[in-house]
Design a protein around this ligand. Structure first.
Ligand SMILES: NC(=O)C1=CN([C@@H]2O[C@H](COP(=O)(O)OP(=O)(O)OC[C@H]3O[C@@H](n4cnc5c(N)ncnc54)[C@H](O)[C@@H]3O)[C@@H](O)[C@H]2O)C=CC1
Ligand SMILES: CC(=O)C(=O)O
Length: 349
């Protein structure tokens, strides 16, 4: 069987199976072409790439999903395994190739390729290994999809988002790092667990580096619309600063703990990135803490990408929220930027 020029399936002797299978409807208009066709490419089909791919499929976020990896057998195996679930999933065309030209015309390119941490290793330690991969991955990707939005996941995500921005030549609104969207989910889970409420009712952000210098924005946390710290203070209910510090420390330790226990993290980053893909492709205008070019914002100097609450839509980053930070939070955010810049300046990019 092969395809005709119009895309219908041809059987033996050139018989058009699509036409043979369906009776034509008299006086029918040709199929509408007004629907937006979405194409997402995922580069790197390891633990993280596949968790993202399968969440995108189950959540019906795209018409076409493309997988790219340098490991041809693993790549074809993953593609077939997903294709074999077609009877249980929304209809999505799934393709895979080691050749990045298959990504041509992507609306969103999600980059997860690269080395991951071993137990106890920091994200920043991965930089040299993943930098050389990015030099090979990003230029062809943007050549094939000049209007795409790049969503970077590989670590260290903030610096690699900067690298992708430089290598792509794209405007900064179309180069986004998954950043602390994941850390903020971990934060919301821990607060919800502490207060015995639903994590979806907790509004709370971790900003700054997706890593050890991240910053918890305690002053703006609310649960069900109630600002938590000012409520406790108004009610003269005592709380220990140490309890807050311990919750933030648990957020920072989360990835280290999961990596020590199972070798890698995957499910939460899969949901986190699919959540970002939905906001971008469906033009949701939702606010997510993601890695953005932060130069000139909140007293940050220098070309550095780190997470700030930003509005996401079809054009990528639509704007950065003007959230209130207290002086301590502002200082910690500036320090987080310096931590990233110290490593970044050694790159010579
Ligand atoms: N930003 C975040 O919140 C998170 C980031 N990560 C990062 O994601 C990255 C991937 O982690 P895992 O999937 O667990 O690693 P993995 O080792 O399971 O998969 C990496 C994949 O990249 C592929 N690859 C290597 N070079 C490539 C190239 N030039 N082109 C295409 N594919 C290539 C490998 O063949 C492999 O399949 C790591 O850098 C990890 O630290 C992981 C979890 C969360
Ligand atoms: C590995 C990593 O960056 C994470 O799970 O947060």
């Amino acid at each position: 069987m092969h395809k005709s020029a119009s895309g219908s399936t041809l059987g033996p002797g050139g018989l058009d199976l699509t036409q043979a299978f369906f009776k034509p409807i008299a006086n029918a208009d040709p199929p509408s072409t007004t629907k937006q066709h979405n194409k997402i490419s995922v580069i790197g089909v390891g633990n993280v790439g596949m968790a993202i791919a399968q969440t995108i499929l189950t959540q019906d976020l795209t018409d076409e999903l493309v997988l790219v990896d340098t490991n041809a057998d693993k790549l074809r195996g993953e593609m077939l395994d997903l294709q074999h679930a077609a009877a249980f999933l929304p209809r999505t065309k799934i393709h895979a190739s080691t050749d990045s030209s298959i990504t041509a015309g992507s609306d969103l390119c999600i980059v997860t390729a690269g080395a991951r941490q071993i137990a106890g290793e920091s994200r920043l330690n991965l930089l040299q290994r993943n930098l050389s991969l990015f030099r090979a991955i990003i230029p062809p990707l943007v050549r094939h999809s000049p209007a795409t939005t790049l969503l970077i996941v590989s670590n260290p995500v903030d610096i690699l988002t900067y690298v992708a921005w430089k290598l792509s030549g794209f405007p900064s609104n179309r180069v986004i790092g998954s950043g602390t969207n994941l850390d903020s989910s971990r934060f919301r889970f821990l607060i919800a667990d502490h207060l015995d409420v639903n994590a979806q009712d907790v509004q709370a952000y971790i900003v700054g580096e997706h890593g050890d210098s991240s910053v918890a924005l305690w002053s703006s946390i609310s649960v069900g619309g109630v600002p938590v710290l000012s409520f406790l203070e108004n009610q003269q209910i005592a709380y220990e600063k140490e309890t807050l510090e311990n919750i933030h420390k648990s957020v920072i330790d989360s990835a280290y703990e999961v990596i020590r226990l199972k070798g890698y993290t995957s499910w939460a980053i899969g949901y986190s990135v699919a959540n970002l893909a939905r906001s971008i492709l469906r033009d949701q205008r939702k606010i997510h803490p993601v890695s953005v070019l932060a130069k000139g914002l909140y007293g940050i100097d220098g070309e550095v990408f780190l997470s700030l609450p930003a509005q996401l839509g079809r054009g990528g980053i639509l704007g950065v929220t003007n959230i209130h930070l207290n002086p301590e939070e502002t200082q910690r955010l500036v320090d987080s930027a310096k931590t990233i810049l110290q490593v970044q300046t050694q790159l010579g990019i």
